[in-house]
Write a protein that binds this ligand. Structure first.
Ligand code: BES
Ligand code: ZN
Ligand code: ZN
Length: 478
């Protein structure tokens, strides 16, 4: 599907249906009578096709509740209606979707909504889904200033989300640690990033006890990937460092998980995939901010070589950890990755991980869990999440919580003595990010994949959460 901008003159290509955004209680006079007889009240997610007017009315909800997310959802709605109506092309009236925001933001949100909602992962289906009939989406606008740029940037961002979804949706027998590192290297080559991959020997030499402990039960060696964008010398100092959990499959290890739904644990590398996708977009948008993406990649398997509950390991920063549950593995590999980030003297350090079932139990798929040592960074992340439709809600990291992970035989234990599963995981990570004053942790356990519920912006599988949030976060440092 092509997305094309058309400005100035009103009215689409002759014959093409025009989609018009409509706020609740603000239906245009020309459509009012028809809307009324067909019970259209313009709720968000509602739409009405008026063949006699060649118009598709798209509900935006109440105007005082307006967020850019409604525009993304409206675009998704246009595409699903276009599919039902078997349209070859459709036009969207951008001005009708605008409320207290720039038209450029509306255009970008329409492109994101259109692209994110039509993503499919069917490479392993012998019979592919039929190709969509829609060939062209026309964005109609009253003015042109900055619109083409906003559209191209939204295309770059959507492509990055596609990359993240693609690698995350690959099955765990294909997307092994080694293959995921290779995918990162290939992506880096094609997108003007530098990429370093540390293998087993270097990881041992550095003393990454967490990465080694988790991966020792797998036939696939751990990989430690470091991506960097290329910026001019002037902007090279003080990078933003992004860290993503990359467990290509999480069986739980010796503390093995129940078999029902265990297949979902192929998505336990969504944090790593989000960091890789964000780096791709940051490079292509040519953002003049130094950004480094770090992804430790392991597979968590049981077996005679696997680590045991009770094992004590030493992480890269010298701290010792009593592994009381081998299923709390994400924090062990992130510990080493966060400690590794010290060498870059980050101005902000942010990790993202499908870390705790407790976070999904708290927020379902409506918010990421956010924990931070820096109120300014937390505020930037909240704003970035709000703007991208990837909301974050902050949980406290009070010192008292440390008592729940103080170990009997080592410095720290990898599970809580009682409750507060999401926060104690954050407290654990904090011990390894103590070299910087500005650190934040994002738990995406509830948001990283769609189990099959109706989500207009992402089909079943990996959502690509984090990519657009990170892009907005980096932009906040411009
Ligand atoms: N990858 C899981 C977290 C997870 C669980 C994400 C369910 C999404 C859905 C993580 O490695 C894990 O197993 N965490 C344990 C920690 C516990 C043993 C302290 C959990 O949440 O049960
Ligand atoms: Zn686990
Ligand atoms: Zn895990």
């Amino acid at each position: 599907m092509k997305i094309k901008l058309q400005t100035g003159r009103r009215g689409g290509k002759s014959g093409s249906v025009l989609a018009v955004g409509t706020f609740e209680g603000e239906v245009r006079a020309t459509f009012q009578a028809l809307a009324k007889t067909r019970n259209f009240s313009a709720h968000s997610g509602e739409s009405l096709f008026l063949p006699e007017k060649n118009t598709l009315l798209i509900g935006l909800g109440k105007s005082d509740k307006f967020r850019l997310q409604h525009v993304r959802l409206a675009a998704a709605q246009v595409l699903s209606q276009a599919k039902l109506l078997r349209l070859k092309n459709v036009a969207i009236d951008l001005d009708s979707l605008r409320h207290r925001v720039d038209l450029t933001e509306v255009a970008a949100a329409v492109v994101e909504g259109a692209r994110l909602s039509t993503y499919r992962f069917d490479k392993y289906k012998s019979k592919k889904n039929p190709k969509p009939v829609l060939e062209e989406l026309i964005l109609l606008a009253s003015q042109s200033s900055g619109l083409q740029k906003a559209i191209s940037e939204a295309e770059i961002i959507s492509e990055a989300v596609y990359f993240t979804r693609d690698v995350a949706n690959e099955p765990p027998n294909v997307m092994t640690t080694v293959n995921l590192a290779k995918a990162a290297q290939k992506m880096a080559r094609e997108n003007n990033l530098t990429c370093r991959v540390l293998g087993l020997a270097e990881i041992k030499k550095l003393g990454m006890g967490g990465v080694l402990g988790v991966s020792q039960g797998s036939i696939y060696p751990p990989q430690f990937v470091i991506l960097e964008n290329k910026v001019t010398k002037r902007t090279a100092s003080e990078p933003i460092v992004l860290v993503g959990k990359g467990v290509t499959f999480d069986t739980g290890g010796i503390s093995i998980k129940p078999s029902s739904d265990m297949d979902k644990m192929k998505f336990d590398m969504c944090g790593a995939a989000a960091v890789m996708g964000a780096m791709k977009a940051i490079a292509n948008l040519k953002l003049p901010v130094k950004v480094i993406g770090i992804t430790p990649l392991v597979e968590n398997m049981p077996g005679s070589k696997a680590q045991r509950p009770g094992d004590i390991i030493r992480c890269l920063n010298g701290k010792t950890v009593e592994v009381l549950n081998t299923d709390a593995e994400g924090r062990l590999i992130l510990a080493d990755a966060l400690a590794y980030a010290k060498r870059f003297k980050p101005r902000a350090l942010v990790d993202v991980a499908t870390l705790t079932g407790a976070c999904a139990a708290t927020f379902h798929d409506l918010s990421n869990g956010l924990m931070s040592t820096d109120p300014d960074l937390a505020a930037r992340i909240k704003a970035a999440g709000e703007a991208s439709g990837e909301r974050c809600w902050e949980l406290p990291l009070w010192d008292e919580y440390f008592e729940l992970i103080r170990a009997t035989y080592a410095d720290i234990q990898n599970i809580s003595k009682k409750y507060a599963g999401t926060i104690t995981a954050g407290m654990f990570l904090k011990e390894f990010a103590d070299h910087t004053l500005s650190w934040a942790h994002l738990d995406i356990a509830g948001t990283a994949w769609n189990d099959g519920g109706a989500k207009p912006l992402s089909p079943i599988g990996a959502t690509g959460v984090g990519v657009r949030l990170f892009i907005n976060l980096v932009k906040s440092y411009l």
